[in-house]
Design a protein. Structure first.
Length: 518
């Protein structure tokens, strides 16, 4: 068979970087608000409920089926046009939000609020369809190659956007105005659209090659098109119902919390929104140098290890690797202890370590699921960890338990997505995956709509007697009840994962068997 562009590994990975940049920038825009919640409230004069309303508005059009409609449009128009239109929509939404907080439409509270919400609604439609489009593009280029790894890395790009958005936004707003943080995030989407336009040339070329070599092009793959009969079949499948509900409940307990996590750390444990005396650039520089140093050490270790004769390293090499990596990691922590000591008392920077950790752990758990299976069991464990995390962050008051809670949340946030998304591919036929992901994202948006807003509204309600003191910065928000409510979602997630395991036993998709992504 004639070779096409996707047969070159270098080109495949280049394509992944080009399209993942859209995920990086849209996740950044989605989540950077969390890092400046307190600043937004002060500058725009809004309450926690109103902040929650802005966050929740991201989902407004999606709860009434916009992602499914976007998926149908994607099937009809193809990756190039749909990518430009929906990527452009997310950019437009981001520009409107940035203009709103800069006071372009008027600087009174209600005008800023209305236009911020309008911007987020448009952004939300664009970004969710972009997510589905990027997944489709990965399948187009990586099917038969490193598809699971490509998907995990793609999510990694998104999480990096979330982490950096949360961590860097307060620095961008450090001049006393939130506007630069918004403009920067909007510009990032614009830059990633330029990358997408570069990708379009590769897409045109590969489609030409595929049609020349007799492989049907994307627009001609009829089975990929959305049909209502398939949709009906999908939503009456027991395993799919449980995994889709799990997606809704689990993500409702995680994504909204991220939008409040920095503020929770500031209010509950007295963390700060500002950095300490050491100077951010110096700290950033030492963090980058320290990370580069540890990579070089790992490389040297890897090279020297590969030179040891096989017979010598046969036994105990896993233990040796574990010991060396642990020593290197502890050395890393020791070298960067000043950086860590400053970061671990800063709300947005500490909260950003949650998505940062998932970049490493999601592919690790993904490969465990590949090799050992147990996807449904791992989803149960991940959900149980969520309960532990939220109990630590609500009913207890010790900061070390708080750190432990954040670590558990990070592990749960890696474990469940790593097991969930490949499991969908087991339950649903490949040519229906677009519809399945679109349906799951829609349900997820129902949950997000309720909880992005619900946490803020509940926060205002339980703190109603001291809101003026909180505004005057003489009192702090009490987050106990809102976080306890999320612990309940963890319990429901664990139950849904258990029901999924039972349904899988009946229907025989083999979610507990290895090789789930194949
Ligand atoms: C793959 C999955 N993506 C989603 O759930 C998107 N619908 C929403 C992304 C929102 C980013 N804060 C994931 O990120 O795990």
């Amino acid at each position: 068979m004639q070779k096409t562009l996707r047969d070159s590994a270098a080109l495949r990975w280049l394509v992944l970087i080009l399209i993942s940049s859209l995920l990086f920038s849209t996740y950044w825009f989605y989540d950077f608000y969390g890092g400046i919640k307190g600043l937004m409230e002060r500058e725009m004069g809004i309450s926690s409920e109103e902040y929650g309303r802005i966050m929740s508005s991201t989902t407004f059009a999606n709860v009434i089926g916009m992602i499914i409609l976007g998926g149908i449009i994607l099937d009809r128009w193809g990756i190039r046009l749909a990518g430009l239109v929906f990527g452009g929509l997310s950019f437009l939404g981001a520009i409107i939000s940035a203009a709103a907080v800069a006071g372009w439409f008027g600087d009174d509270k209600s005008t800023m609020l209305i236009w911020s919400i309008t911007g987020r609604v448009l952004f939300g439609i664009g970004m969710e369809v972009v997510c589905v489009m990027v997944t489709r593009t990965i399948v187009k280029w990586f099917m038969g190659y490193e598809m699971a790894l490509a998907m995990a890395l793609n999510i990694g790009f998104g999480r990096l956007g979330t982490a950096m958005g949360m961590a860097v936004a307060p620095d961008l707003a450090a001049g006393g105005s939130i506007s630069p943080a918004f403009s920067f995030a909007a510009i990032l989407i614009g830059i990633s659209l330029v990358f997408f336009i570069i990708y379009i040339f590769f897409d045109l070329k590969i489609d030409k090659q595929r049609s020349e070599s007799g492989i049907v092009t994307e627009g001609e793959v009829d089975e990929e098109k959305f049909r209502f009969a398939d949709f009906r079949k999908l939503i009456t499948n027991r395993s799919f119902i449980y995994i889709a509900l799990l997606c809704m409940v689990f993500y409702s307990a995680v994504f909204p919390l991220l939008a409040y996590a920095p503020d929770l750390l500031v209010n509950k444990y007295g963390f700060s929104y500002e950095m300490g005396s050491q100077g951010e650039f110096a700290m950033f520089g030492s963090a980058v140098l320290g990370t580069a140093f540890i990579f070089v050490l790992l490389l040297i270790f890897g090279l020297s290890f590969s030179m040891i004769p096989r017979s010598l390293k046969k036994n105990g090499h896993k233990l040796l690797s574990f010991m060396v990596i642990s020593v290197l990691f502890l050395g890393y922590v020791y070298i960067l202890r000043d950086v860590f000591s400053e970061w671990l008392v800063n709300g947005p920077k500490t909260a950003s370590l949650i998505p940062m950790g998932t970049i490493l752990f999601t592919p690790i758990f993904g490969s465990i699921v590949d090799k050992r299976g147990k996807a449904a069991t791992l989803m149960m464990i991940g959900s149980a960890l969520l309960v532990f995390a939220y109990l630590s962050l609500s009913v207890f008051n010790h900061v070390y338990l708080g750190y432990l809670g954040l670590i558990s949340l990070g592990i749960a946030f890696s474990l469940v997505p790593a097991a969930m998304w490949p499991a969908v591919a087991r339950i649903v036929a490949e040519n229906r995956l677009g519809t399945a992901y679109g349906t799951m994202f829609t349900l997820q948006n129902w949950g997000l709509a309720a909880f992005f807003w619900g946490i803020g509204a509940l926060l205002d309600f339980v703190n109603r007697h001291r809101l003026s003191d909180i505004e005057a910065e003489t009192a702090a928000y009490d987050y106990t009840i809102p976080v306890l409510m999320l612990a309940l979602l963890g319990v429901i997630s664990a139950w849904l994962a258990y029901k999924l395991k039972q349904a899988d036993k009946l229907q025989g998709y083999g979610l507990e068997n290895p090789g789930i992504t194949q």
